[in-house]
Ligand binder design. Structure first.
Ligand code: SAM
Ligand code: SF4
Length: 336
């Protein structure tokens, strides 16, 4: 169905889908080098190419004025960006923004969790693919799991509405820990979501097709050990959820290889350089940095650019495994 946008106060695309959720990448840098996300010797963007924190706050306000009610801050690792709390504080004050969330690797959370809560962050997703220190070090090429564990403790103590774990499962790397990860998350009162690896960016010698472990594989493994019930969910996202019998906590599955979520897609992404991506799996984009810098005070121009972008939001994505990546940008650039 091709629809026109009758309401110039909302972001509605040609297919009648309203954008209410923005994922904003605040840096492409990171203190880890997860094997599925980055190569070992990454070249990062020069600082002047990144949006400033003020530009990001301006953009956030423009989105919220157009009906966006959820913003997720991601990266790279958001908490390595200098003065990042200022952005959280600015966004946290926007009227109309119901949900200000963060995706983080958790290494800096012990320091920042309480200030993030005070700034208005409602929910946090922490990425953790293994419970084993050696494995964590190997999967992240640099990491010390004790920092993430301290970060999880701090996040749970700070009193967010929700703290959730995200885990990417890779065959022969961590697929034997699926059950342990569920028990760890649920035992500490957290939901957990398993993410299928996506072919984003060239990442060195890690073989994606070889490591691919599907959501169906994960579900099958879990069903051998526990009774699971489907949970209704209407977030418009790519996740589906189950719950173990008698448990209040969820297990989610993000399966980007299946197309089934594109019809209800309600989200766009902004890269750290200010490129508005209309679809994770396609290259359609708008250079918002140019718009912001050409119009340092005229917010109407930013609003017009956002409304106009709805004409190029594609209907769906096309991912494939093996061979060359379909999309050459890394997840750390796109914002996971
Ligand atoms: N650094 C933060 C973190 O790790 O949570 C935020 C950015 S990271 C790019 C966001 C999420 O994307 C993480 O949960 C990470 O595991 C996931 N991710 C990164 N590369 C991926 C890929 N190629 N396929 C699937 N998920 C990926
Ligand atoms: Fe860094 Fe997150 Fe990518 Fe890991 S997944 S390298 S923590 S940005």
């Amino acid at each position: 169905m091709i629809a026109t946008n009758p309401d110039k106060n909302l972001l509605v695309d040609r297919f009648g889908r309203q954008v209410t959720y923005v994922r904003l990448s605040v840096t492409d840098r990171c203190d880890l080098r997860c094997v599925y996300c980055m190569c070992e010797d990454m070249t990062f963007l020069p600082r002047e190419q990144l949006l400033t924190l003020e530009e990001m706050a301006r953009l956030g306000k423009a989105f919220v004025d157009l009906g966006v009610h959820k913003i997720r801050i991601t990266g790279g690792e958001p908490l390595v960006r200098r003065n990042i709390l200022k952005l959280f504080r600015d966004l946290g004050q926007l009227e109309g923004l119901r949900d200000l969330t963060l995706t983080t690797n958790g290494t800096q959370l012990a320091r920042y969790a309480q200030e993030l809560k005070d700034a208005g962050v409602t929910r946090i997703n922490i990425s953790l693919d293994t419970l084993k220190p050696d494995r964590f070090h190997a999967l992240t090429r640099l990491g010390d799991i004790s920092k993430v564990m301290a970060g999880i403790d701090a996040a749970l103590e700070a009193g967010f509405e929700r703290v959730k774990l995200n885990a990417v499962i890779l065959k022969h790397h961590n697929h034997d820990e699926i059950m342990d990860l569920v028990e760890f998350a649920h035992g500490r009162g957290m939901d957990i979501t398993f993410i299928e690896e996506m072919p984003l960016g060239v990442i060195g010698d890690h073989d994606r097709a070889e490591a691919y472990y599907s959501s169906d594989d994960i579900l099958r493994d879990l069903q051998q050990q526990m009774e699971l019930h489907e949970v209704e969910d209407n977030t418009g996202g790519p996740a589906r959820y189950v719950k173990p019998a008698g448990s209040p906590y969820r297990i989610g599955f993000i399966s980007p290889h299946s197309h089934n979520f594109c019809d209800t897609c309600n989200r766009v992404r902004v890269t750290a350089e200010g490129r508005l991506l209309l679809c994770l799996g396609q290259e359609h984009s708008v250079d918002l940095r140019r718009v912001l810098r050409a119009n340092p005070t005229e917010d109407e121009k930013v609003r017009e650019a956002l409304l106009a972008s709805m004409a190029i939001k594609p209907q769906g994505h096309e991912f494939a495994l093996g061979g060359q990546p379909v999309i050459f940008r890394h997840m750390s650039v796109t914002g996971g």
